[in-house]
Design a binder for this molecule. Structure first.
Ligand code: PEP
Ligand code: MN
Length: 338
C-alpha cells in the first residue's frame, strides 16, 4: 500500500503516517517524488485498512499495490482450479458444465418433467430452488424441505447432479445433504456468516455475484469460503444492476477479468443476467465464447405457468436447440460439453 502525501503536507503529517504504519507492526518506506512524496507500507499482506490513512491530515490518496484477497488470487495458485463433481464431471477444466432447470421446485410433476427434458437435451446437472430468496415476502418462497426431497428423488431417477440454493446459515446443512453443489445467491454474496458455514459444508459452492458487487468484493466473498477450508468454489456471473430500473447488465467482461485475477472457475447465468427469455440464447452463446466454464440456465416445462422467473425460462425445445449451438462454440475454442 502506498500513502500518497499532498504537496503541502508538513513534516508532522508525514511523521503521523510513519508512526501509524510502525504502530501496526510494519516498516514505513518514504519515497520522494518530483511533486509529491509517498510512504510505502512494507510487508503489508492485505491486512492493513487503507481507510485508516486516507483521513489523516496531509494524505492525498491511498493506493493499493497488493490485492486484498490471497487464496483466491492467481498469484496464490497459478494453475486453474478444477472443481471435481460426482460422476466424473468437473468445472474449470476443458469440459463445460451445463446446469439447467426451473427457478423453483414447484411440484413433483413439474420438477420430474423438466429434469427429464433438460437431461434429454444434454444438461449434466439440474438447478432448482427449494428455498427461494424473493424480492417480495408475498411471492412464492419455495417448497422448502419437501422441495429438497423431490430433488433427491430426481437425482435417483435421472442421475443429474443437483445444484440448489442455501439461503441462510441454519438451512445450509440441510441443503448440503442433498445438493451436489450448494448455490449461494446474489443477495447473499456478502452474508459472511453463511459464507463461513459454506466453507465448512464439505460440498462445492456456487457463489453468485451480488447485483451491485465489483470483482474485488466478489473475490473477497469467495476468500471467506476458501479461508474456512473449502477450495471448491465456482463463481457465477448473473448480471448486475443497469443504468435504469429496466436494464440489467450481463457482465461478460467479468469472465476474462476474473480469470486473470483468480484461479477459480467462473460460470455464467444468462437467465438472471438478462431477465428475458428472448435474450438468453444469445448471451449463453456469448458466455461460452468468452470463456465461461459452464452455464446456469433456467428451463421450465411450462414457463407460462411458472411460480417464479417464468419470463426468463426457456421452453425445453429452445434449450435443446441451444445445447447443439453451445457444443459447436465450445468445440471451436478447444473445449467440450460432455
Ligand atoms: C436463482 O438462481 O434462481 C436466483 C435466485 O438467482 P440470483 O441469486 O442470481 O438472483
Ligand atoms: Mn430464478
Amino acid at each position: 500500500m502506498l500513502i500518497i502525501l499532498r504537496s503541502d503536507a508538513s513534516a508532522a503529517d508525514r511523521g503521523r503516517v510513519v508512526s501509524l504504519i510502525e504502530s501496526l507492526g510494519f516498516r514505513a518506506q518514504p519515497i520522494e517524488g518530483g511533486q509529491r512524496a509517498a510512504v510505502a507500507i512494507v510487508g503489508n499482506d492485505g491486512r492493513v485498512d487503507g481507510a485508516r490513512f486516507s483521513a489523516l491530515p496531509g494524505v492525498e490518496e491511498v493506493l493499493h499495490i497488493s490485492r486484498p484477497y490471497r487464496m483466491v488470487a492467481r498469484e496464490w495458485r497459478p494453475e486453474p482450479t478444477v472443481v471435481q463433481l460426482p460422476g466424473g464431471l468437473s468445472v474449470g477444466g476443458a469440459d463445460l458444465l451445463v446446469v439447467a432447470g426451473p427457478c423453483s421446485v414447484e411440484n413433483e410433476a413439474q420438477i420430474f418433467a423438466t429434469a427429464r427434458a433438460v437431461k434429454a437435451a444434454g444438461a449434466q446437472a439440474l438447478r432448482a430452488g427449494a428455498f427461494k430468496p424473493r424480492t417480495s415476502p408475498y411471492a412464492f418462497q419455495g417448497l422448502g424441505a419437501a422441495g429438497l426431497s423431490l430433488l433427491a428423488e430426481v437425482r435417483k431417477e435421472t442421475g443429474l447432479l443437483i445444484v440448489t440454493e442455501a439461503m441462510d446459515e441454519e438451512g445450509l446443512e440441510q441443503v448440503a445433504e442433498v445438493a451436489d453443489v450448494v448455490q449461494i445467491g446474489a443477495r447473499n454474496m456478502q452474508n459472511y456468516a453463511l459464507l463461513k458455514r459454506a466453507g465448512r459444508a464439505g460440498k462445492p459452492v456456487l457463489l453468485k455475484r451480488g447485483p451491485s458487487a465489483g470483482l474485488t468484493d466478489w473475490l473477497l466473498s469467495a476468500e471467506y469460503v476458501l479461508s474456512e477450508g473449502n477450495p471448491n468454489v465456482i463463481l457465477c456471473e448473473r448480471g448486475i444492476r443497469g443504468l435504469d430500473s429496466s436494464t440489467k447488465l450481463f457482465d461478460l467482461n467479468a469472465i476474462p477479468a476474473v480469470k486473470s485475477l483468480s484461479h477459480l472457475p467462473i460460470m455464467a447465468d444468462p437467465s438472471h443476467g438478462t431477465g428475458k427469455r428472448a435474450m438468453v440464447p444469445s448471451m449463453a452463446r456469448a458466455a461460452v465464447a468468452a470463456g465461461a466454464d459452464g452455464l446456469l440456465i433456467e428451463v421450465h416445462v411450462h414457463p407460462d405457468e411458472a411460480l417464479s422467473d417464468g419470463a426468463q425460462s426457456l421452453y425445453p425445445e429452445q434449450f435443446a436447440l441451444l445445447m447443439g449451438e453451445l457444443k459447436g462454440i465450445a468445440r471451436a475454442i478447444g473445449r467440450r460439453i460432455p
